[in-house]
Design a protein around this ligand. Structure first.
Ligand code: HEC
Ligand code: HEC
Length: 249
């Protein structure tokens, strides 16, 4: 009887020890597992994205490809602009390079967006980065996100961000100062959106809005023309852009 009681106590202690050891072991395993996950995720992000592909993702945002073709080229912005998700498989490097340099689609129809001509605006290196990014399937790349548009601070403030977000700045320069070469166009440069000549020709909000919405085709590639933003930019965004342009010199 006495021996049985002792055995019971010993057994209870052993069971308790096993449970305690189990809890500690689980906790340790759980903790190491979590640290391991974080470690390997960071390692994958830095190892698996090729630098040219990452640069292409940033170019895609900088040149506002994402504003027409959607975040990561997944479409959904306008029925007239295709998703690029399968373009990397169906189109060769040469075809993609040619489309980016020379544009695509019906540029003469002012009611529909077309693929702009970029050859004179985007560097050879950036074009090859964009092609690498599209061919890699347009993966999500850290920090390749368009500039945010401040809300509730008035049209001119929103417009200043839209000017960057929609890539107007790449063609018309910072502060609309112009100077971007367009060698085969009559003026040899893309026009400024500031200064006396601009104000004289575009002397009403309606005229400025009309040219942003419907674009202006000065010639075929390699001449760069003004893209059509109708169906891409909302009326409120157009109003904000016009308000911003009116703050310029
Ligand atoms: C103003 C809107 C707009 C912008 C900005 C724009 N695109 Fe496009 N893109 C289009 C439209 C519209 C088409 C379809 C043209 C057609 O087939 O008629 C197109 C077609 C393409 C195609 C061919 C897709 C296919 O499957 O045939 C590629 C590739 C492409 N764009 C890449 C780009 C890249 C890269 C950028 C940025 C440098 C860019 N686009 C910026 C409107 C835009
Ligand atoms: C791919 C280069 C490109 C981009 C991007 C671009 N533009 Fe233009 N834009 C032009 C060219 C080229 C002209 C000149 C067209 C002409 O002379 O008929 C022009 C003309 C204009 C004009 C009329 C000025 C003039 O003297 O003819 C306005 C206003 C304008 N753009 C605003 C914008 C805004 C706002 C954006 C951004 C939403 C933008 N542009 C994006 C190339 C571009």
């Amino acid at each position: 009887m006495k021996r049985d009681g002792l055995l019971l106590v010993v057994l209870a202690v052993v069971v308790l020890l096993v449970v305690v050891a189990g809890v500690i072991g689980w906790g340790a395993g759980h903790y190491t597992n979590r640290t391991k996950t974080v470690g390997s995720a960071t390692a994958t992000a830095t190892v698996s994205v090729d630098p040219a592909v990452a640069a292409g993702a940033h170019d895609f945002v900088q040149f506002a490809c994402a504003q027409c073709h959607g975040q990561d080229g997944r479409g959904g912005i306008s029925p007239d602009v295709p998703s690029l998700s399968s373009a990397g498989k169906t189109l060769t490097v040469a075809q993609l390079t040619d489309i980016i340099d020379h544009g695509l689609g019906e540029s003469a129809n002012p009611t529909k967006p077309y693929m702009p001509v970029w050859g004179a605006v985007i560097s050879r290196r950036q074009v090859s980065e964009l092609v690498a990014y599209i061919r890699a399937g347009l993966p999500t790349v850290a920090d390749a996100t368009p500039v945010a548009v401040p809300q509730g601070q008035g049209d001119a403030v929103a417009g200043a961000s839209l000017y960057v977000r929609y890539g107007c700045i790449n063609c018309h320069g910072p502060n609309g100062l112009g100077g971007v070469p367009n060698p085969l166009s009559p003026d040899k440069t893309i026009p400024p959106l500031s200064g006396a000549d601009f104000r004289h020709e575009f002397n009403t909000d309606e005229k400025i809005t009309a040219v942003i919405r419907s674009g202006s085709v000065i010639g075929r590639a390699p001449i760069v023309s003004m893209p059509h933003w109708g169906g891409i930019l909302s009326d409120a965004q157009l109003r904000a852009l016009v308000a911003y342009l009116e703050t310029l010199k």
